[in-house]
Design a binder for this molecule. Structure first.
Ligand code: NAP
Length: 279
C-alpha cells in the first residue's frame, strides 16, 4: 500500500467528523446484553440506554423477575426491552434473535455477559463441574455471536464486547474451569477481531476484577476482606464502573480499538506489569 493510499483510508479529521454525521449515531443503535438483568448486565443496560441506545436485555425463558426489571428500568425513563432465550442452546438463541430482529431491529452491539460460576478445587472436579467451564462458555459464544455477526458485517458496523475476568489472566484458586473459560474469551476475541476488522466490526474483552454484585455480596466476609486487601484501590469495583468501560468500547470514538483486553487495576495487585488500561 502506498503512503497516499494509507492516508486516504484513514481519512482526515474533518472527513471523520463529516462521516460521523452521515453514519447512524449511537442513539440509533440496538444493543443486546446477555444476562442483561443480572448485576453487571443491569448496569450495562442502564448505561447504554442512557446514551440513547435501544437496549434488549436477555434472560432465561420464564425468568420470573423479568416484568419487575422492565418496569423498574422504564420507570427510570429508559428505552429497554427483554428477550427470553437460553444462551446454552443454539436454537433458543436463533429464535430469540429472530424475534428481536422482527420486533425491534437488527442488533448492532452485542455484549456477551451471561455467565455462571461453579467453583471447586480441580482434584475434586467431575465432568459436570465443567459446566460453566471452557467448553460450555465457548459454546455460548457461538450460540449468541453467530446470530449477529453476518448482519453486522453486511451493514458495515458492529461492536462485540465479551465480559471476561481478571482471573483469566492471573488464575484463581478453586476456579480452574472459570479461569480457563474466561481466558478462552481473549483468544476468541482476538481471532474474531481479525476476521471482521475490515467490515467495521470491533471485538474486545473487558476483564473486571471483583465487582459488587449479588454473588460477591454473598461471599463469606473473611474471604471478601482478604480479596479487598489485595486491591490497590482498597475496594471492590461498582457495576457502573464496568459499564463505563464498556460504553467507551462500543462508542464511535473507539472505532480503532479491536482485539483488545480492557483490564481493571486489580491486576496491579498481583505483581504483573502495569499496562495501559486499553491495550
Ligand atoms: P449475575 O448477576 O449472576 O448475572 C449473570 C446473568 O446471566 C444472570 O442474570 C443469569 O440469569 C444469566 N444467565 C446465566 N446463565 C444463562 C443462560 N444459560 N442463558 C441466559 N442467561 C443466563 O452475575 P454478574 O456478577 O453480573 O456477572 C456478569 C458477568 O461478569 C459474568 O460473565 C461474570 O463471569 C463476569 N464477571 C463478574 C465479576 C464479579 O465480580 N461479579 C467479576 C468478573 C467477571 P439467572 O439469574 O436466571 O441465573
Amino acid at each position: 500500500m502506498t503512503t497516499t493510499e494509507a492516508v486516504r483510508r484513514a481519512g482526515t479529521s474533518s472527513d471523520t467528523e463529516a462521516g460521523a454525521g452521515n453514519r447512524a449515531s449511537l442513539k440509533q443503535r440496538i444493543a443486546f446484553v446477555s444476562g442483561g438483568m443480572g448485576g453487571i448486565g443491569t448496569a450495562v443496560c442502564r448505561r447504554l440506554a442512557r446514551s440513547g441506545v435501544k437496549v434488549v436485555a436477555g434472560c432465561l425463558p420464564g425468568y420470573e423477575r423479568k416484568d419487575d426489571w422492565i418496569g423498574r428500568m422504564r420507570g427510570e425513563g429508559l428505552q429497554v426491552h427483554a428477550a427470553e432465550g437460553n444462551v446454552d442452546d443454539y436454537e433458543s438463541c436463533a429464535d430469540m434473535f429472530y424475534q428481536i430482529s422482527s420486533v425491534i431491529g437488527p442488533v448492532d452491539i452485542l455484549v456477551n455477559n451471561a455467565g455462571i460460576t461453579r467453583d471447586g478445587v480441580f482434584k475434586a472436579h467431575v465432568a459436570a463441574d465443567w459446566y460453566g467451564g471452557d467448553q460450555h462458555q465457548s459454546q455460548q459464544r457461538l450460540n449468541v455471536t453467530r446470530q449477529v455477526i453476518e448482519g453486522m458485517m453486511e451493514r458495515g458496523w458492529g461492536r462485540i464486547v465479551n465480559i471476561s475476568s481478571v482471573n483469566a489472566l492471573k488464575g484463581q484458586f478453586g476456579q480452574t474451569n472459570y479461569s480457563a473459560a474466561k481466558a478462552g474469551m481473549h483468544g476468541f476475541s482476538k481471532a474474531l477481531a481479525q476476521e471482521v476488522v475490515k467490515k467495521g466490526v470491533t471485538v474486545n474483552t473487558v476483564s473486571p476484577g471483583y465487582v459488587l454484585t449479588g454473588h460477591v455480596k454473598a461471599m463469606k466476609p473473611e474471604i471478601l476482606n482478604s480479596i479487598v486487601e489485595q486491591i490497590p484501590m482498597g475496594r471492590l469495583a461498582r457495576p457502573e464502573e464496568v459499564a463505563g468501560s464498556l460504553a467507551y468500547l462500543v462508542s464511535e470514538e473507539a472505532s480503532y480499538i479491536t482485539g483488545a483486553k480492557h483490564l481493571d487495576q486489580r491486576r496491579l495487585a498481583h505483581g504483573l506489569t502495569p499496562t495501559r488500561t486499553v491495550q
